[in-house]
Structure formats: C-alpha cells, structure tokens
Design a protein around this ligand. Sequence first.
Ligand code: C2E
Ligand code: CA
Ligand code: CA
Length: 421
Amino acid sequence: MLDRTEFIATLERLIAQGEGRSFGVILARVQRLGEVNILLDESLSSAAHKRIEQALLPDDRLAQVGECEFAILLAGVRSAGHAALAANRLVRAFQEPLSFEGRPAQMVIAAGAAVFPNHAQTPMALCRCAETAFAQAQQSSDRYAVYSPRADRPELAYTDLREAVTNNRLNVYLQSIWDLRHDRVAGAESLARWNSQALGWVSPDQFIPYAEQTGLISELTRWSLNATLRYCGQARQAGRGMPFAINLSARVFHETGIVEQILDAIEIWNVSPDAVVLEVTENALMADPQLSARVLKRLRDQGLRIAIDDFGSGYSSFAYLKQFPATELKIDKEFVLDMTGDVRAAQLVRSMVDLAHNLDLDAIAEGVETPETALMLAEMDCDFAQGFFFGRPIPAEEFLAQHCAPIPAPGNRRGLNADAG
Ligand code: C2E
Ligand code: CA
Ligand code: CA
C-alpha cells in the first residue's frame, strides 16, 4: 500500500503522461458503526484495507493517508458517473460486517470522489475536490458523493472565455481517424483546447457547455470553423487533403445564417466541401429534429458530410435516423471502451455497425484504446476507428507535420521509390 507522498507522486506521474488521460481519486474514511474519529486497531485497519482492495479493480491503487483514511486512484475512470459507480461499490463492500477477533465488526465507510481532468488539473487540487466531496458524503445517506463543480469551484469567467475566443487564444487539436480497411489515417477530428490564464487547462467538457449557457457558443463555433478549415486548407495545399471533422453544438441550428457562415468559411479557406465533416450529437439532433434535418440537408446538398456523434448514448428513433441526411455514424465511446470485457457491449457495437451499414452510413468507433478493440472492430466490418490506440488529440501543427507533409514534386523525390533519373 502506498503512503501519502507516494500517492501524490503517482498522480503526478499519471498527469505528466499527457493530454487525454483521465482518472478518478477517492478519499474514504472507515470507522466502526456508531463511533466517530476513533483510531482503528491495527488488525481491524488491515481487515478494512483488505475489504477496500476487494472492491477495487486490478489497476486501481490504494494509499493509507491517515489513521482511518484511505486515498484511492481509480485508473480507468473517465467521468463523474464512473467515479460514482466506484464509490458506490466501495460503500456496498462494507455492508457485510468485517471479522475482528473472531467476531463480526460492523464498519461504515464514507467516500468522496473527484475526476481528473474534469474537476481539477493538479494532484493537490484534485485531492481537495475529493475532500469536498467526502464532506458531502458524510452528510449523505448514500455515504458517497462525487465532487460537484458548483459547490466551491472558481467560476469560469465569461470575460476570460470571450477574450480567449475572440482573440484566437483557443487551440485546435486534431485526433486521427483511422481507416480500418486500408490501415491508414483517413482524417481527423478537431477538438478545442483552452489554456486559461486564471485556471490552467480547462476541459472542453466544461467550457463548451458553459459557452452554450452563456451564448458564447456562436462565436466559439465561428472560431472552430475558421481555425480548423485553415488547417484543412493547408493540408489540401500540401497535396494531403483529408476530411477534418468539426463539432457543431445543438445551439447553432437556431442561428440564422449558420449555413451561409459554414459555406463562406469553406470558400475562404479554399477547402473542398467533401473534406468537411460536421459532427452533431444524437441528442442535439433530437432536441429539434425537424429544424436539424432542414439545416443539415442544405449543408449535405452542398457536398459536406454529416456525422451523428455519440450514437447510442441518447435517444433517437429509427424513423428520425432515416430522415437525417447523415453520411456517418459515430458509435459512442462508452460502448467501445467496454467491448473487450463485456459481451453485451460488443454485441451492441456490432448491431450499431450493422445499423449504420443498413442505412448506407459509414461506421466510426470512438474510444479505441487497445489493439484488441481495433481487431474486434475490423472483424465486425467497422469502417473507421478513433481513439488513444491510434493517437491522442495533438496540436494541429503537429498533426499536419506528421500526416500532411507536402508531397515532394516528382523531380525532388529521393529514396527507394524515387523516380529513376
Ligand atoms: P466528442 O465530440 O465525443 O470528442 C471525443 C472525445 O473523446 C474527446 O474529448 C477526445 O479527447 C476523447 N477521446 C478520444 N479518444 C479517446 C479514447 O481512446 N479514450 C477516451 N477515454 N477518450 C477518448 P475532449 O477533447 O475532451 O472533448 C470533449 C467534448 O467536447 C467533445 O466530445 C465535444 O462534444 C466537445 N468539443 C470539443 N471541441 C469542441 C469544439 O470545438 N466545438 C464544440 N461544439 N464542441 C467541442
Ligand atoms: Ca465529436
Ligand atoms: Ca463523440
């Protein structure tokens, strides 16, 4: 078992491994039922420690950080929902009494969880979030809680985000999309990144919903379109044109002139319309199916491609699915992440691939983290895949240098395949 210093060092190492990583931290206290802040006898403490370990997954790490306090690193956790499941599992593990000196000892545990990078971006800040959640857990009949950003978070400042958007201080990151049939990079998805002066790196899961709430999303969408299409144009100029996917928020469908804005940007950056994929989440489409279908149809008529994003995570009826002029279906990563360990998840992914093909759409699986998953998807005839296994999102300049370097003119070619003479 780790101690406090080793635990913090472990978190630091994980964070240093880079962009795109996520994990959870739980702070938990075990005590005898009816007693408060009583030191645990050593053998009782080790029985509690064993019980906690039984509730953890193989990659999780446990540290003792106080007499009866434990910190846990949840290696595979990606969302508040995942963290809540883990904390709940921990609490349930103590429903059965421990055995102490041959007699049952009923213990209780309270657990507070926080998630990196959603809730905080440094080990200490993350532990403070877990502590806040822990305090909440102690008050709650569930005995567990996940940090809620509203509780004590420094508010995302409207002026900061507006300044970042209007002064082009957000960054475009590109994540490759892999062609499973031909084994090569087929394109990329554009993902926004914000390194705020006041808050450090803020996750898009935070600032995109915030931009939607505050109305900044129109400007952010304009920024994303122009910033991404600029790179798209550069790739084309280098003779390495490939489709770049841009996320559209549900809100923009209501904006007058959105279609013209998109078409103008394509023209300005000299991009071919079929090299642009607009990603719209299933939920966004369903918020106003008629309006979304109308807007998307106009764009599709101009040759742009349309992807239904996060498919499977929301509610859509097959009747509507047929109405949307989509060209691809992106299978939500929650299903893909579970595929290799969960037969049902794998069957669902297979059904979604088949559904896509029956509707004449390409199937793209998101969240591919392992070679096993990639292989399974290829066997299912899935067309494209995206995920950490193929590449994390990287700064657009880096992506272009790696995948879109100019093709040398015939006379300048060198090497084995160089033209003779
Ligand atoms: P999304 O469109 O579903 O984007 C995919 C997310 O999955 C990205 O998170 C990406 O980093 C992450 N991801 C990729 N591969 C893997 C993997 O193998 N495993 C796991 N666990 N995750 C993976 P990110 O960049 O944090 O973006 C979160 C969401 O924020 C996006 O979800 C998208 O809805 C939104 N977003 C990001 N950039 C923009 C933007 O420019 N405009 C709009 N409207 N939304 C954006
Ligand atoms: Ca997307
Ligand atoms: Ca997605």
